[in-house]
Structure formats: C-alpha cells, structure tokens
Design a protein around this ligand. Structure first.
Ligand SMILES: *Cc1c(COP(=O)(O)O)cnc(C)c1O
Length: 372
C-alpha cells in the first residue's frame, strides 16, 4: 500500500469488544494470564509491550519499509538506546553538525565509554579516513540541524558495508514522506516523534526502525525493555493520531518552506539561506537524489551580528520564538544562544520551522521583522 494509506490504517485496529473504529487507549499496566500460564492477549506488562505502543511501532515499520520498530519516551532515548547497545570501547563516527541534545549525550554521558569522532559527513572521504577496526556505528543526520547539511546516505552505507559497521540515520527532518534511509542502505532509522510525527507540539517521543531483526536489534530491544524509557499508552495514541495526516502535512510544510526560502534568498538583509531545495545549496544534487521533497526546515543568516538576528526573532508576530520544530505553527529560533559557546553555529543564524499557516502571512511577518 501507498504511504497515505499506511499512515491512516497501519497504526489502528478496530476494537474487537466494542467495534469502536478508533483503537482505545489501553492504560492497564498488566495483562491477565490464561489457565495454562500463557498470555492470550499477547502482552505481559506495559514496560515490555502495550497495544498502543505495538500500533505505533507497526505504522513506523511500514512507513520506513523496515522489519521492526521500537518506540521510546523521547528521540534522545531512542538514539541513546543505539549508543548503549554498542558496548564500551566502541568507536562511533557522528556528524559535526548534529542535533545538539544527542551530541551532548555522546559527549557527557558516553564520555569514557564510547570513542566518538565528530566529522563533516557531507564529504564521504572523511568517513573513509576515520574508520578503524573498532568502529561500530556511523551516525548520519541529513538534513542536519541547524545547518541543513546533506550527507550522501548511499555513499556512507557503501563504506560501512566494507567495514561491517552499522549505519544509523536520524530521519527527523525529512520523515519517511521525503526520505527512506533503509532503502538507501542504512541499517537503522531514528526519529524524534516529538517533531513531525506527532506534528502538533504536544507529545514527546522517539522511534527506531530496523532493516533486519538481527543480534544488534535484539540488544537494542533489551535496552528498551530494561532501561524502560518507553512512551505511555497516551503518548503512543497521540503519535499514531498525528501520523495519520503526516503525508499531507509534510507537503504543506515543504511548499511553504520552498516559498519562504526563495523569498529570503532575495532579501537585502539576509546574508545566506540554508535550504536543501535551493539550487545553490552545496549538496542540492545529492539531496535531490535521495529525497523526494526537501522538508519544512530552513536556517538563514541575518546580515550583521547576533544582535541583528535577535532583533528579527524579537520582532515577529505570527512566528513564535521557541525551540523545537515540526508542529503546525511556525517557530523561529536563535540557535547559538540555545547551543552555547562551544557550538560552531554562526551567531547570526536563525532557524525556522515553517508551519502550515498561509504563506503570505508568514512572508509578510518576516518582511516586517527584517525591516524592524
Ligand atoms: C528533537 C530532535 C532530537 C531529539 O528528540 P527529543 O524527542 O527531543 O528527545 C533528535 N534529533 C533531531 C534532529 C531532533 O530535531
């Protein structure tokens, strides 16, 4: 079946007892055993599995074209489960422009446990040079946060295969609507379900999808069950609900972002626009070869310093000045002040999560903010 149909039906089951069309939320933490000691309902205890979580995991498995999925209480818990499954002493190659929460997890929690090189993955040669016998994971984020850098997933997967290391892709920005990393050679896909999957800025969650149910996946499943960073049944329900409209929302985000990027590119007070859909983006051709749409995230540099960028962010009236992304409402954020002094993010960069408002209102809002 096609994406739109999967998004609506795969995460739902008509309730057998009441014939309710929408699957109810199963809050029970424990499930009754049969007389022979079996579990006829298929569930034992909600930390291990739950009907709403099973539905969320099923729809993501199908959307990403994988073999299985695991849901977590946040995107960081999902990424962290992969890192935790590697074992101490493993070497990890990660992007220099990486979601800063996951980068901090590697730097602060996995310090002394994993050896991590943060590299510019937009050039696959950098990966080839850095790979060593104990390299177990190459972590890709494309498009990346906040510079919208592009990594060639096929090229990195080819290098990884020669060295039998895993390739994991943070697919939060693109979503399976625009990019399916498993079909491009990746082993694992990660999402912050908090962003486009939930889509309404009101639920926290994370997902992993695997191409194959192998030994590494069994280790990750053990981390999920025993570390216990699992989403509540309500969170799973909310995410499944959001996913039903994901394909249509993503088209709207993409259309609005493309128009906003084109507008900003011509604006005299804008120094640079980072959006993979622009012909001038350094890796536009690679993006076009692995994505069927360029998504709803963009960043731009305001001419001047951090103060000039702050002034724009402080002057918007329709955009909300807040962190996060992927909701229906447009957000704008000065990333440098969120990421702190160690970051390479330019001081005059504003990141925009382009929402689903009318594009004319969004353009008019940024126009007045840039002239303020
Ligand atoms: C938000 C985000 C994460 C982390 O997800 P949480 O749900 O906040 O834990 C990871 N990667 C990317 C690209 C993100 O935007």
């Amino acid at each position: 079946m096609k994406l739109e149909t999967i998004a609506i039906h795969s995460g739902n089951q008509v309730d057998a007892a009441t014939r309710a069309v929408i699957q109810p939320i199963t809050l029970s933490t424990t499930f009754e055993r049969g007389e022979d000691g079996s579990y006829p309902g298929g569930h034992v205890y909600t930390r291990a599995s739950n009907p709403n979580r099973a539905s969320l995991e099923r729809v993501l498995t199908q959307l990403e074209g994988g073999d299985d999925a695991l849901a977590f209480s946040s995107g960081n818990a999902a990424g962290g489960a992969v890192f935790q499954s590697l074992g101490s002493g493993a070497h990890v190659i990660a992007p220099d422009d990486m979601y800063h929460g996951l980068k901090k997890l590697l730097l602060e929690v996995y310090r002394g446990i994993l050896a991590v090189d943060f590299l510019d993955l937009s050039d696959p040669a950098n990966v080839r040079k850095a790979i060593r016998p104990e390299t177990k994971l190459i972590w890709i984020e494309t498009p990346s946060n906040p510079l919208l850098k592009i990594t060639d997933i096929r090229a990195i997967a080819d290098i990884a295969r020669e060295h039998s290391c895993l390739v994991g892709v943070d697919n939060t920005f693109a979503t399976p609507v625009f990019q399916r990393p498993l079909a491009l050679g990746a082993d694992l896909v990660m999402h912050s379900g908090t962003k486009y999957l939930g889509g309404h800025s009101d639920v926290l969650g994370g997902i992993l999808v695997t191409k194959e149910k192998n030994d590494q996946w069994a280790k990750i499943r053990t981390v999920q069950e025993l570390s216990g960073a699992v989403p509540s049944p309500f969170d799973c329900y909310m995410t499944v609900r959001g996913i039903k409209t994901l394909p249509y929302r993503m088209r709207g985000h993409y259309e609005n972002a493309s128009k906003l990027a084109a507008y900003l590119l011509r604006h005299p007070k804008v120094e640079q626009v980072y959006y993979p859909g622009l012909a001038g983006h350094a890796l536009h051709e690679v993006a076009a070869s692995q994505m069927c749409g360029f998504g709803g995230m963009l960043s731009f540099l305001v001419k001047g310093d951090a103060e000039a960028a702050h002034k724009v962010a402080n002057s918007v009236k329709v955009f909300l000045q807040a962190t996060s992304l992927g909701g229906v409402e447009s957000l704008i954020e000065h990333r440098f002040s969120v990421e702190g002094p160690a970051t390479k993010t330019p001081h005059n960069l504003l990141r925009v999560s382009v929402g689903l408002e009318n594009i004319e209102d969004l353009i008019a809002d940024l126009a007045q903010a840039l002239d303020a």
